[in-house]
Design a protein around this ligand. Structure first.
Ligand code: PAD
Ligand code: ZN
Length: 362
C-alpha cells in the first residue's frame, strides 16, 4: 500500500510503498476513506517527541473493513468504521473502570504505538498511536474499531475520531459545562471549534472565543461563539472580565498547547471556575501557579486526554447529535487533499489556512 512515511522530523514525509503487517487473530485490516489532519500530527512532525521513527502519522480516520482475524467478532468485511486512536486493551485497570482514554496495557509489548505496523524492505515502520492514517490502509485491534451505519457519510465521520470527540468530550465529559454558564475557548482551530459547538450544545449562555487569527474568530461565531477576542490586539483578561460581569468565566479551555495560554486560561476563570488543558504542550513545558492562590480561589485545573471519550459510547452519541442537526461536522472541512499532497496539508494547517483539512482516499 501507499503511505506517507516520516523518516526525519521537520523533513517532508515521503509517499512510498510499504507492506502492512498481517492482521493477527484479533486484528482488523481497514481501508481508509478519509483522514483528518490534526495539530497533534503536525506536532509529531515538528517536535522531537516520544513517537518512534520511521512513522506513518495520522490518527483521525474512518474506513471500510477489508479483512478480519480469525477471532474477530465485532466487525466483518464491508462494515463502515471510525477508528479510535491509542491503546484500548479492554483489560487494564483503566479500561475496566470505563476510562479507555487512559488505557495502560500491563504488557508493554501490547502498546500499539510501539508495535510493528508496516515494513519497507527490512525496516520496521510504526503507525502513529496505532492508526497511521496518512496511508491507504491500517491494521488495528478490533477493540479500536467502532462500527457505524452505512447511511452515515463516512468521509466527514473521520473527524469524530479526534477533533469532534475531543472538543465535545472536553465540555461534556471532562468539564461538565452547565446550562447558562460562561465559557472561554482559547484557540479556535479544528479542536477548539468543537469545544465551542460542545459548549453551545451544553447550553452555555456566553461562549467567548480567543484567537490571534481573525478568520478563526469569524468561524467561531458560525459554530456558536457569542463573542470573539483577538488576543494579538485586545486586552484578553480585561475583555473577559467585562463580558462575565467582572468575575471571570465559569470555564476556560486551552486548545493550543502553550504555557502562556494555559496560564491565561487559569487567570481567566472566576473563583471556583475550571481551566481545562486540551492543548498538547512540548514535553518540557511547565506552567507556574501560586499555590495559595489556587487554594484560596478554589479554582480547578483539569487535564483533558482525548476528551475523556469512551469511543463505543461517545462516537454513536456524536453521530446521533450530528444527524439530528445539533452538531456541524461537514462544515469543519475546508479543504480536501490527496495522499500525495500530505506535506501541503500539514503546511496549510501550520499556516492557519484550514478549518480542518482532510485526506480523501475515495
Ligand atoms: P489548529 O492548528 O487547528 O488550531 C490552533 C488554533 O490556535 C488556531 O486557530 C491558531 O490561530 C490558534 N493560536 C495559536 N497560537 C495562539 C495564541 N498564542 N493565542 C491564541 N490563539 C492561538 O490545531 P488543533 O485544533 O488541531 O489542535 C489544537 C491543540 O489541541 C493541539 O495542541 C493539539 O495537539 C491538541 C489536541 N489535543 C487532544 C487531546 O487529547 N487533549 C486531541 C487532539 C488535539
Ligand atoms: Zn488529533
Amino acid at each position: 500500500m501507499k503511505a506517507a512515511v516520516l523518516y526525519e522530523r521537520r523533513q517532508p514525509l515521503i509517499v512510498q510503498e510499504v507492506e502492512l503487517i498481517d492482521p493477527g487473530p484479533r486484528d482488523v485490516l481497514v481501508r481508509f476513506v478519509a483522514s483528518g489532519v490534526c495539530h497533534s500530527d503536525l506536532s509529531h512532525w515538528q517536535r522531537d517527541t516520544w513517537s518512534p521513527l520511521p512513522l506513518i502519522l495520522g490518527h483521525e480516520a474512518s474506513g471500510i473493513v477489508d479483512q478480519v482475524g480469525t477471532q474477530v467478532s465485532r466487525v466483518k468485511p464491508g462494515d463502515h468504521v471510525i477508528i479510535a486512536f491509542g491503546n484500548k486493551c479492554g483489560e487494564c485497570a483503566y479500561c475496566r473502570r470505563g476510562e479507555p482514554y487512559l488505557c495502560t496495557p500491563e504488557d508493554p509489548a501490547k502498546n500499539i504505538s510501539l508495535r510493528a505496523h508496516a515494513r519497507r524492505n527490512s525496516t520496521t515502520v510504526y503507525g502513529f498511536i496505532g492508526v497511521g492514517s496518512f496511508a491507504e490502509a491500517t491494521v488495528v485491534p478490533e477493540s479500536n474499531c467502532v462500527p457505524i451505519a452505512t447511511s452515515v457519510p463516512l468521509e466527514p465521520a473521520c473527524l469524530i475520531a479526534c477533533g469532534v470527540s475531543t472538543g465535545v468530550g472536553a465540555v461534556i465529559n471532562v468539564a461538565h459545562v452547565q446550562p447558562g454558564s460562561s465559557v472561554v475557548v482559547i484557540g479556535a482551530g479544528g479542536v477548539g471549534l468543537n469545544v465551542i459547538q460542545g459548549a453551545h450544545l451544553a447550553g452555555a449562555a456566553r461562549i467567548i472565543a480567543v484567537d490571534i487569527n481573525p478568520q478563526k474568530l469569524d468561524l467561531a461565531q458560525q459554530f456558536g461563539a457569542t463573542h470573539g477576542v483577538n488576543s494579538s490586539a485586545d486586552d484578553v483578561a480585561g475583555r473577559i472580565r467585562q463580558l462575565t460581569g467582572g468575575l471571570g468565566a465559569d470555564y476556560a479551555f486551552e486548545v493550543i498547547g502553550l504555557p502562556q495560554t494555559i496560564r491565561q486560561a487559569y487567570e481567566t476563570v472566576r473563583k471556583g471556575g475550571a481551566a481545562i488543558v486540551v492543548g498538547v504542550a512540548t514535553e518540557d513545558a511547565a506552567v507556574q501557579f501560586s499555590a495559595p492562590d489556587l487554594m484560596r480561589s478554589g479554582k480547578r485545573i483539569l487535564g483533558c486526554n482525548a476528551g475523556g471519550v469512551r469511543p463505543d459510547i461517545d462516537f454513536p452519541l456524536i453521530i446521533d447529535l450530528w444527524q439530528a442537526g445539533r452538531l456541524q461536522i461537514e462544515e469543519l472541512i475546508s479543504q480536501r487533499f490527496a495522499l500525495d499532497q500530505i506535506n501541503e496539508a500539514l503546511i496549510a494547517l501550520q499556516q492557519g489556512k484550514v478549518t480542518r483539512g482532510i485526506l480523501a482516499f475515495a
